[in-house]
Design a protein around this ligand. Structure first.
Ligand code: GLA
Length: 671
């Protein structure tokens, strides 16, 4: 496996930008690079969509310009991340092999001229990719100024061509062995779907058999993983040990399983755009924690918005100072680099109005000064922070299979898997409790609290993991829509939460999609359940505590158990059968974190976020971010601390200006 080779802890923090020198006359580069240098940037990402500039016709390579651009950047002290340009297969290639263009689900060819227009399984596309990436790797792989590689850009398209279909059949044959097994697992007797030849199986378009739909997602993950892998295999032999390979993933995109895609990468990275509106740290932090969870280590923010985007209904500018809080928020959640997209406004092309650092005249825009500030900040604390990581005692489990399955049969239009997950995240974020968002199949050792929101799909490994976690003293939170299906997306022949019933001490007698809120009463609160309610039946009457009951509603739920707690081994399982209102959810999570012994990093007012990075020497570095537009004062639990951005000693009171940042190491701890 390639992932064993390139692993070195970050030795510095990076700031920079995506740069497309091929779009500008070479005489201009000098000025661009001088301005990057004056911005304080130490990295640029190049090459991403440059296929036609690198290979103007089949097998005729033109790398000189890229070599010269990297050399000029190097001279200015700016390192390079190179991308493979495969997201933009050029016109000559598409002309030569029209089948490279993906076929959409209506059987129409995707038109040339945008990006990611390829069929991810096309043999001609693979061949052209190999030829180009091999050559790029041979030319730039050993360049000491290329510190990392990005494969392609934001994989996203599905293809429905006959070749993909044939590969899908091969995948199914390998997974199921026999059609009898497939027919059984998918219950194809339903609606006469029984297959007696692999070729009869369609690629699902719209709602279809749930088993088929889930396998198509697995197949698309495999297709992208193979495509990514073939590029890694060309690159890796040419790279030095500490040179990493990544892909820039997209937010909560669910086109494939990101855990599987990340397995072959050295590092995860992602592209964060607030888009319309403003940063909401209690929600957006979850996306950083998600990406950190792909490989359970730090990541790069490969793209972020220099002020505004161009693809939302309203492309508002971030407030002055807000981008600085975004950069620090990313760092506080495990980013080691922040790169803006992009350097200069292109004169033409599809993204003319996107935010940039330079305007069309090649002059710094107003935003440039803010990026400069971020670069100054990062450089001031680089030696302190680089190499440090995030340590959390709480994990939230995330599962693409469960998410897909619920999306296809939501049963309630407002039930959204990610939103439900964030409903558990936000009360932790507001308390400054660090969270790892990790795969439902990940090892759970070291956590005190594990929350498994809507873990619909169970497999043997998950059940064993969760049992061991609780048996050894962990606190597990199971929620609505838990333990209902198997890995073939078939309903389990038992009540929820399936094999976890004994752990939970309860089973779900019935579930209800709600068209109106249902009252839920706990000893300390009086709230409601929205969208969903599960009626819990106690199996271990003596051992199970009822934390909340439903009030009078549809008759079925009246006075029934809504939230329970049950001991198992040395640990505890809380089963949350309700989708609580925000205030009740906050109280519930305060109670649960208290029981689990999970403590906030620091107590701050809402709007002030505290993050913590821990150095290899166990030194704690606290990052405090004022996300509000007013001054905020925080009482610190220490007698004194060093603030590293200003380089000053402070007492136990910290005052942050609007959108202000502080990086603190406590002198003495007296919590
Ligand atoms: C994505 C892409 C970039 C650019 C930005 C614009 O993240 O990777 O190439 O199109 O969006 O917001």
């Amino acid at each position: 496996m390639v992932t064993k080779t390139a692993r070195k802890k970050a030795s510095k923090l990076y700031t920079g930008s995506a740069y497309y020198p091929e779009q500008w006359p070479e005489e201009r580069w000098k000025k661009d690079i001088r301005l990057m240098s004056e911005a304080g940037f130490n990295v640029a990402r190049l090459g991403e969509f440059a296929w036609s500039a690198l290979e103007p016709s089949a097998g005729r390579f033109n790398f000189g310009w890229l070599e010269r651009a990297i050399a000029q950047l190097t001279k200015a002290g700016i390192e390079t991340v190179l991308s493979t340009p495969t997201a933009a297969p050029p016109a000559w290639l598409v002309e030569q092999y029209p089948d490279i263009l993906a076929l959409d689900e209506n059987g129409r060819r995707v038109q040339f001229g945008n990006r990611c227009h390829y069929c991810v399984n096309s043999p001609e596309f693979h061949e052209a990719t190999r030829r180009l990436v091999k050559k790029i790797a041979e030319t730039f792989g050993t360049n000491p100024h290329v510190i990392g590689w990005q494969i392609d850009n934001e994989y996203n398209r599905y293809c429905y061509c006959p070749h993909c279909q044939q590969l899908f059949h091969e995948y199914l044959a390998q997974r199921y062995g026999t059609l009898d097994e497939l027919n059984r697992r998918w219950t194809t007797a339903y609606w006469s779907q029984t297959y007696d030849a692999w070729e009869q199986i369609p690629m699902p378009i719209g709602p279809h058999n749930p088993g088929l739909m889930l396998e198509f997602k697995h197949f698309m993950t495999l297709s992208y993983r193979r495509f990514q892998r073939l590029q890694i295999d060309e690159l890796r032999p040419h790279l030095k040990k500490n040179v990493w390979i990544t892909h820039n993933f997209m937010y909560w995109h669910d086109g494939y399983d990101h855990y599987e895609m990340s397995e072959d990468l050295d590092m995860a990275s992602w592209d964060w755009y607030v888009g319309m509106g403003h940063l909401d740290y209690q929600t957006d932090g979850a996306a950083h924690d998600l990406v950190r969870g792909y490989k359970r280590k730090n990541f790069w923010l490969m793209e972020t918005q220099p002020g505004n985007v161009n693809w939302k209904p309203v492309n508002n500018m971030l407030n002055k100072g807000e981008a600085r809080t975004m950069a620090w928020h990313a760092l506080g959640h495990g980013a080691d680099a922040v790169l803006y997209w992009q350097w200069r406004s292109p004169l033409n092309g599809q993204e003319q109005y996107h935010g940039t650092l330079l305007d069309t005249a090649g002059q710094p825009r107003l935003f440039y000064a803010e990026a400069q500030q971020v670069a100054r900040d990062f450089s001031a604390v680089s030696s302190l922070i680089a190499g440090s990581t995030i340590k959390a005692e709480t994990a939230i489990l995330n599962d693409y299979d469960s998410r897909w399955s619920i999306r296809w049969q939501a049963h309630h239009k407002d039930f959204d898997y990610v939103e439900h997950l964030r409903h558990y995240y936000r009360p932790l974020a507001v308390q400054n409790i660090p969270v790892d968002i990790i795969s439902a199949d990940a090892a759970l050792k070291g956590y005190k609290l594990v929350i498994a929101p809507a873990l619909l799909i169970l497999n043997d490994k998950r059940v064993a993991n969760l049992k061991a976690f609780v048996r050894n003293g962990g606190h597990l939170v199971l929620t609505i829509r838990s333990g209902m299906k198997d890995e073939y997306n078939a309903l389990l022949p038992m009540r929820q939460p399936g094999e976890l019933t004994k752990l939970a001490g309860v089973e779900v007698e019935e579930y209800y999609a709600l068209n109106e809120p249902v009252p839920v009463f706990g000893p300390d609160w009086n709230g409601n359940s929205y969208f969903w309610a599960e009626r819990l039946k106690l199996l271990d009457e003596a051992g199970t505590q009822i934390l909340a009951r439903y009030g009078t509603s549809n008759g079925w739920l009246d006075d029934q158990a809504a939230i329970t707690q049950h001991p198992y081994g040395k640990g505890t399982v809380t089963f949350v059968g309700a989708y609580l209102d925000d205030a009740s959810q906050k109280l519930l999570l305060q109670q649960i974190t208290g029981q689990a012994g999970v403590e906030p990093l620091l107590k701050t007012k809402v709007g002030v976020e505290a993050c913590r990075r821990v150095g290899a020497d166990h030194r704690e570095i606290f990052i405090l971010i004022n996300h509000t537009r007013t001054e905020q004062t925080t009482q610190l639990p220490w007698h004194a601390a060093h603030e590293h951005l200003q380089g000053v000693e402070i007492g136990n009171t910290l005052t942050l200006a609007p959108y202000g940042i502080a990086v603190l190491t406590p002198s003495t701890i007296s919590k």
